[in-house]
Design a protein around this ligand. Sequence first.
Ligand code: MBD
Ligand code: FE
Length: 261
Amino acid sequence: MGEKIATKKNARVEEVFNLFITHIQNFLREANLNHQEYTNFVNWADRLGRKGELPLYADVFLETHVLEAMYTNMPGTQPSLLGPYFAEGSPLIESEPGEPLVLTQRPDEPGDVLYFKGHVENTEGKPLANTRIEFWQNDNSAKYSNFDSDAPDFNLRGHFYTDENGDFEVKTIVPVPYSIPTDGPTGEFLEYMDQHSMRPAHLHIMFEAEGHDTLITQVFFEGDEWLETDVAEGVREELITKLEDKGDHKKASLNFVMRPE
Ligand code: MBD
Ligand code: FE
């Protein structure tokens, strides 16, 4: 309607898009695509977008490379993938003094009970009290609430705060290895690449503390058969913890180190 298209110049955006298109063009040249292959490729990308799998595809095959470029050799706990299954607006979890926090769950949530303990401090060794912790994971059917699980919205999701010593303990269930969806264009891609679709079992945790860089990371478990071949390449050695068998429940813990801004 005669409205001017935004032409505001942004040197960074221009640089990034220039690089992007140059590399795609070089890729087409290097792969020596014929016209039919080019059409097939465009159609595949179109299916990916229409199925809503672009965020999934990007988080599985690209996100880890952004993190590696940004955070390798930085002090503090290594970030890992945010992934496509974070949901805004999780419930606040509170508990009576001395009682553990209980992550939102159904009355008889299937799975092995897990008590997960964490300690949060910064790179100077100062414990970080009152750190906001966002916590989400899959259920025993390997699905995420708000996305592919039949569980109510925000099941196995919640946020809470560290105590005065920078500690927290939350009662949940042990997450299970996860297959990314194989019935759409992302699955098609995995088949072309002859690659499996599995991620090792993991907890998603996001830490926010005043005056510190937000830490988005994941926790994995020793002995998981998918640690070495995680389809999304999200595993970092220091994020692997041990599941201790305590009879009627499991226990695990990890320390997290945040960087001052
Ligand atoms: C997941 O559960 C996940 O955490 C990532 C990063 C990608 C796909 C599924
Ligand atoms: Fe996940």
